[in-house]
Every structure is written in structure tokens, then in C-alpha cells.
Design a protein around this ligand. Structure first.
Ligand code: FAD
Length: 305
């Protein structure tokens, strides 16, 4: 068995694998797509100490760093089942079963898409998902936020400080965000809130130039000219495959303690698949390191030579 088996090859998994391998213990990492979400990211400007990089370049550096160590990298393999027996078993889609004395889950998350025309086409060309990451790219411009829940309203408040104007589109009759956030939002002079507004299309040529929505009360289609659209209708953790084997919260996030431990002894988790309150590269890497050091601690306490 592996002493540390990492499932997921994004920033959290890469960091966990490197920290484990540096302890000189047998380490494996299995990933559906090594690199994770950063592969879909254009510019990264908040990874502290690196002023600017591009997602694919960042992913390549992650891989290069992992390959500096004696780590079994199993890319393009998807885990479908976890079971705790003598060891912790991870079954892959291809039928293979990997065993770990400890396992670190770092399967990340994905942004929920609105699924309207233009969304996929203009991803990274005006369609964005992360206000902390991409907000400054729209300084002084007009943007829309799709979604009036907590994340949408937080994004709109955040963006209103940076951009010229924010239009919030909510499908329902009312925003779902906490009332303190709604009050804050409505106090801002450069925000328009549209409820009962169904996004129909994100328009553009080589990049976004507007958004069309159906005014549900009248059935009329309206169009707003703008440069950016932030989709904020939820982040879905890639944890369905775990079922009830590991405790997850109502959002499907794996519940971890301060040390990255789950409710199953020997199973740790890190990054966007967990209940960590903020989902960022630097945070995922920190939690990957934490989970790995905890796995090592678990191994030295549970093994009598
Ligand atoms: P992920 O990056 O999601 O990696 C998960 C890994 O697990 C992948 O390798 C995936 O293939 C694998 N996996 C999933 N399911 C399975 C399975 N069943 N079996 C095996 N492997 C599996 N953050 C910033 O800090 N700065 C930015 O500028 C920034 N920009 C962003 C732009 C975009 C468009 C997006 C989508 C995100 C951005 N983020 C940014 C957020 C950042 O990418 C994430 O916080 C970070 O990648 C999370 O790392 P992770 O390792 O936890 O998960």
C-alpha cells in the first residue's frame, strides 16, 4: 500500500503529495485531470510572490515540482469508491483498486454553469466565476453578476468597489442572500438589482459585450451592454463519489478539522472539496500541506516497527 495516497491533482493534491514525499514515504497521486481548475484559468495575480502567471503555466509548474520527487503520478484516472478495510481502498473507474495507509482527498470543486449561449464561448473572455481572482480585470467597466444568493451578492458588493457599474440578475422574485448583505448591496450607488430576470444569452464578438435576459413578469427580452459577467450560482464539490463513507455537510463539502482530518481515521482532506470557507489556490495549497503533515503524524503514531 501507499503510505500516503492522494486523490486529486490540483493545487491541494500537488502540495499534499510533495509534503508527503519529502518525508521519504511511499506516495501516490491519482488525478482525473492533473492541474485541476487552474487549467481553466487565464491569469493568476494573487498567488503571493508570483506577480503574474497563466493557469496552464501554473499547472505545468505544479506537475514539474511533483515530478522532482519519487511520487507515483496516475493521471487521467477517476476514483469512484472509497472503502475502509485494513487499509483505505480507492477503486478507480477502470476497476483497479489502490490501497493507502492514509488517504488525502483533494478532488476540488467546479462552478455551476448557467448553461446559456455564450457562457462557454466567452469563458475567460469576459465570463468569470471568481470575483477575488478576476474582479480587478474589469476595473472601471460595467459587469453583471448572475445569482442573488450570498455568493452573488458578496461578489456584487466586492465588484462595486472596483468596477463602474454592477447589474445583479436574480431569477426569483427576491434575493436569497442574508438581509445584512442585501442592505449593504442596496446602499451602493452603482448597483442595479433585477429580480425575476432569467438570463438568456451572454453576447459578444471576440469578448463579452452584453447580456440578454427575459423579464419574467412581461416576457420581454432586455439587453444590457457590459464587459463582464460573473456567474455566481454555486460551487459544487467533486465529492458525490464518496457517498456516506466520509462525513460531508449539506453542500456536499467534506467536513475537516483544523488538521485536515475527516471523521474516518486515516482519511484527510484538503482544498475546495472541503468545508474551508474560502476557495483559492494559496489556501488549497496550505490545506494540502496541513493534511499531509497530519497524515504523517497519523502514520508515526499508528505504526509500531
Ligand atoms: P481543483 O483545482 O479543483 O483540483 C481537483 C483535482 O481533483 C483535479 O485534478 C481533478 O481532476 C481531480 N478530481 C476530481 N474528481 C476526481 C475523482 N473522482 N478522481 C480522481 N481525481 C478527481 N484561485 C486563485 O487563488 N486565484 C485565481 O486567479 C483563480 N482563478 C480562478 C479562475 C477560474 C476560472 C476558476 C475555475 C478558479 C479559479 N481559482 C483561482 C480557484 C482555484 O482554481 C481553486 O481554489 C483551486 O484550484 C482549488 O484547488 P484544489 O486542488 O482544491 O481543487
Amino acid at each position: 500500500p501507499y503510505e500516503v495516497l492522494v486523490v486529486g491533482g490540483g493545487p491541494a493534491g500537488a502540495s499534499a503529495a510533495i509534503y508527503a514525499a519529502r518525508k521519504g514515504i511511499r506516495t501516490g497521486i491519482v488525478a482525473e485531470r492533473f492541474g485541476g481548475q487552474v487549467l481553466d484559468t487565464l491569469s493568476i495575480e494573487n498567488f503571493v510572490s508570483v506577480k503574474h502567471t497563466e493557469g496552464p503555466q501554473f499547472a505545468a509548474s505544479l506537475e514539474e515540482h511533483v515530478k522532482e520527487y519519487n511520487i507515483d503520478v496516475m493521471n487521467l484516472q477517476r476514483a469512484k469508491r472509497l472503502e475502509k478495510k485494513d487499509f483505505i481502498e480507492i477503486e478507480l473507474e477502470n476497476g483497479a483498486v489502490l490501497k493507502g495507509k492514509t488517504v488525502i482527498l483533494s478532488t476540488g470543486a467546479r462552478w455551476r454553469n448557467v448553461g446559456v449561449p455564450g457562457e462557454a464561448e466567452f469563458k475567460n473572455k469576459g465570463v468569470a466565476y471568481c470575483p477575488h481572482c478576476d474582479g480587478p480585470l474589469f476595473a472601471g467597466k460595467d459587469v453583471a453578476v448572475i445569482g442573488g444568493g450570498n455568493s452573488g451578492v458578496e461578489a456584487a458588493i466586492d465588484l462595486a468597489n472596483i468596477v463602474n457599474h454592477v447589474t445583479v440578475l436574480e431569477y426569483n422574485a427576491e434575493l436569497k442572500a442574508d438581509s445584512v448583505l442585501q442592505d449593504r448591496l442596496r446602499s451602493l450607488p452603482n448597483v442595479t438589482v433585477l429580480t425575476k430576470a432569467q438570463t438568456k444569452e451572454i453576447t459578444g464578438t471576440d469578448k463579452v459585450n452584453g447580456i440578454s435576459y427575459v423579464e419574467l413578469e412581461t416576457g420581454n427580452v432586455k439587453h444590457v451592454e457590459l464587459s463582464g459577467v460573473f456567474v455566481q450560482i454555486g460551487l459544487v464539490p467533486n465529492t458525490d463519489w464518496l457517498g456516506d463513507t466520509v462525513e460531508r455537510n449539506k453542500f456536499g463539502e467534506i467536513v475537516v478539522d483544523q488538521r485536515g482530518a475527516t471523521n474516518v481515521p486515516g482519511v484527510f482532506a484538503a482544498g475546495d472539496c472541503t468545508n474551508s470557507p474560502y476557495k483559492q489556490i494559496i489556501i488549497s495549497m496550505g490545506s494540502g500541506a496541513t493534511a499531509s503533515l497530519s497524515a504523517f503524524d497519523h502514520l508515526i503514531r499508528s505504526e509500531v516497527p
